[in-house]
Ligand binder design. Structure first.
Ligand code: FAD
Ligand code: NAD
Length: 475
C-alpha cells in the first residue's frame, strides 16, 4: 500500500520547503520528507540553512559584532559603559532560540498550507515511489506524480585532517562552541572561514586562517577583495595565503597543524581547528538503482536549466545541483519547479544571483567583476564611491569601504555592482533589482535616493561611472 501525492519533496531545507509550500499553494497534494537531526537528538525542518548555516551564523555574527562595537566603538558616540564581559552561554542560548523559532515556523507553514511532513530518510525508487524510512525504522511508500530532490550538501572533509567533532571540527560544530578557543585554526579563507573566523576573533580567539590559493577571494572583484583583506588584517585575522596543510593531529587538548608555504614547513598549535574548504552535494542513499536520475562526476544531480532531471517527472534543486550553494538560489529553484509542475510559466535568471559575505564590513555583489568583464573583451567603464564621503555612514561610525559599478561602454548596461561597507547585504537588493530589469547606468543616475542614506552611495557610484558625481571628486 502506498499513499498517493501529486508532489513529494525530499529535503526540507531552503530549496525543498519553499517548493513544497508553492506546490501546495497551487492546490496540489504535497508531502515533504526530511531526516535532519540536531546534536541534541531533536528533529527539525529547515536543513543546513536554518539549523547549521545561514541563521545561526548570522545570529553569532550580530552578537559578536555588538560585543566588539560595545568595547571599541560606543565610547566614540559618548556612551560610557562599565566593564564589558562576555556571557557566551547566553549568546549561544539566543542563537539556539532564534533557530528554534525559525524552524518551528516552517512546521507551522506546512500545517497552514496542508503540506504533509514525514520525518525520516527518503529514497527514490523506480516509478516515482519514495520509500520513507521513519526514525523508528518503519517503512512507508509514497507514490508521487512528481518528485523534487532537495537533499542539499555537507562539508568537504580532508583526509589528512581527520574530523573528530571536538578538536577538528566543521562549521556546524564551530557554531556551537561552548567556550572561546584561545587559539583557533581555520582551513579555508572562503565564506565560512571568514564569517566564523570573524565571530571567534571578535569574541577573543587568536585566529589563523590557512588558505591554499595565492589569491584572496578570487570570486570577488579584486579591488573589493583587496579592501576586505586590509580590514580582516585590522581585525586581527592572520590569513596565510598560498599555504598547504599536509596533516593535523590531536595531542592532548591541542591540535598540531603541519603546513607548508613558500618558506617551507611549519607547525601551528591551536585549541580548535575548523575545516571550511567547501561543501559537496549530498545524495547518500537517495537514489535506488534504475531511477534514471544521473549523478555527475562531481556528485551533483544532473539537471537542465529548469532543474529537470532526465526523468520528466523528477526534478532537483538547491545545493544538490550545479550553481552557487546559496539558500536564495535554492529557494528560487524550488519555487520555479513547483510553478512548472503546476503548469505555470517559470524561469531562473542565474546571471543575477546576489552573494553576500556577512563580515564587518559586509561584502556583497551581483553580476560580473571588473576582471570578468575585462576578460570578456567588452569595453567597459567603472565608477565608485567611498562610504567615507557618506554622511549616513559617518553618522553610523561605519564610514569604510565603497560601492563600485562596472558598466558597458557601448549601451551603458550595468554589468556588475560590488559593495564593501555597512549593510552591503541590504544595499545589494537595489543592485539586483536594477540588473534584473537590465537597468542602464543612467537609469540608476536618474533614480532619486533618500538623503541621508547609505543607498546614496549607489547613486553616486553610478554618477561617477560617467564622472559626474556630486559628492566626490570624479577620479
Ligand atoms: P540543505 O539546507 O542542506 O537541506 C537539505 C535537507 O535535506 C536537510 O534537512 C537534510 O537532512 C535533508 N535530506 C538530505 N537527504 C535526505 C534524504 N534522503 N531523506 C530525507 N531528508 C534528506 N547561504 C546563503 O545564501 N546565505 C548565508 O548566509 C549562508 N550561510 C551559511 C553558513 C554556513 C555555516 C553554512 C554551512 C552554509 C551557509 N549557506 C548560506 C549555504 C546554505 O546553507 C545552503 O546553500 C542551503 O542550506 C542549501 O539549501 P538546500 O535546501 O539545497 O539544502
Ligand atoms: P568556499 O568555497 O567559499 O571556500 C573554501 C576555501 O577553502 C577556498 O578559498 C578554497 O581555496 C580553500 N581550500 C580548499 N581546499 C583547501 C585546502 N586543502 N587547504 C586550504 N584551503 C583550501 O567554501 P566554504 O567557505 O566552506 O563554504 C561552503 C559553501 O557554503 C559556499 O559555497 C558558500 O556559498 C556557502 N556559504 C555561503 C555563505 C553566505 O552566503 N554568506 C556563508 C557560508 C557558506
Amino acid at each position: 500500500m502506498s499513499d498517493d501525492f501529486d508532489v513529494v519533496v525530499i529535503g526540507a531545507g531552503p530549496a525543498g520547503y519553499p517548493a513544497a509550500i508553492r506546490a501546495a499553494q497551487h492546490k496540489l497534494k504535497v508531502a515533504c520528507v526530511d531526516e535532519w537531526k540536531n546534536f541534541d537528538g531533536s528533529y527539525a525542518l529547515g536543513g543546513t540553512c536554518l539549523n547549521a548555516g545561514c541563521i545561526p551564523s548570522k545570529a553569532l555574527l550580530e552578537s559578536s559584532e555588538l560585543y566588539q562595537r560595545a568595547k571599541e566603538e560606543f565610547s566614540h558616540h559618548g556612551i560610557r559603559l562599565g566593564e564589558i564581559t562576555l556571557d557566551l552561554a547566553a549568546m549561544q542560548k539566543r542563537r539556539a532560540s532564534i533557530v528554534k523559532t525559525m524552524t518551528g515556523g516552517i512546521s507551522a507553514l506546512f500545517k497552514a498550507n496542508g503540506v504533509v511532513g514525514y520525518q525520516g530518510h527518503g529514497r527514490l525508487l523506480p516509478g516515482n515511489i519514495v520509500l520513507v524510512t521513519g526514525t523508528d525504522g518503519a517503512e512507508k511508500r509514497l507514490a508521487a506524480k512528481h518528485v523534487i530532490l532537495a537533499s542539499g550538501s555537507v562539508p568537504v572533509r580532508l583526509k589528512p585532517v581527520p574530523h573528530d567533532g571536538k578538536y577538528i571540527v566543521d562549521s556546524w560544530n564551530a557554531l556551537e562552541f561552548d567556550a572561546v578557543p584561545a587559539r583557533l585554526g581555520v582551513i579555508g579563507a572562503g565564506v565560512i572561514g571568514l564569517e566564523l573566523g570573524s565571530v571567534w576573533r571578535r569574541l577573543g580567539s587568536n585566529v589563523t586562517v590557512i588558505e591554499a590559493l595565492d589569491q584572496f577571494l578570487p570570486m570577488v572583484d579584486q579591488s573589493i577583495a583587496k579592501e576586505a583583506q586590509r580590514h580582516f588584517k585590522k581585525l586581527g585575522l592572520d590569513i596565510k595565503l598560498g599555504t598547504t596543510v599536509s596533516r593535523a593531529e590531536v595531542q592532548g587538548n591541542t591540535v598540531s597543524v603541519v603546513y607548508t608555504d613558500a618558506a617551507g614547513e611549519h607547525t601551528l598549535q591551536v585549541d580548535k581547528l575548523v575545516v571550511a574548504v567547501g561543501r559537496r552535494p549530498y545524495t547518500d542513499g537517495l537514489l535506488a538503482d534504475g531511477t534514471g536520475v544521473v549523478v555527475d562526476e562531481r556528485g551533483f544531480i544532473a539537471v537542465d536549466e529548469h532543474c529537470r532531471t532526465p526523468v520528466q517527472s523528477v526534478w532537483a534543486v538547491g545545493d544538490a545541483v550545479r550553481g552557487p550553494m546559496l539558500a536564495h538560489k535554492g529557494k528560487e529553484e524550488g519555487v520555479m519547479v513547483a510553478d512548472l509542475i503546476a503548469g505555470r510559466f517559470a524561469e531562473m535568471n542565474y546571471k543575477v544571483i546576489p552573494s553576500v559575505i556577512y563580515t564587518a564590513p559586509e561584502i556583497a555583489w551581483v553580476g560580473l567583476t571588473e576582471e570578468q568583464v575585462k576578460a570578456s573583451g567588452r569595453d567597459y567603464k567603472v565608477g565608485s564611491f567611498p562610504f567615507s564621503a557618506s554622511g549616513r555612514a559617518r553618522a553610523m561610525e561605519a564610514a569604510v569601504g565603497m560601492v563600485k559599478i562596472v558598466s558597458a561602454k557601448d549601451d551603458d548596461e550595468i554589468l556588475g555592482i560590488h559593495i564593501i561597507g555597512p549593510m552591503a547585504g541590504e544595499l545589494i537588493g537595489e543592485a539586483v533589482l536594477a540588473m534584473e530589469y537590465s537597468a542602464s547606468t543612467e537609469d540608476l543616475q536618474r533614480t532619486i535616493h533618500a538623503h541621508p542614506t547609505l543607498s546614496e552611495a549607489l547613486h553616486e557610484a553610478a554618477l561617477n561611472v560617467d564622472k559626474i558625481a556630486i559628492d566626490s571628486l570624479n577620479r
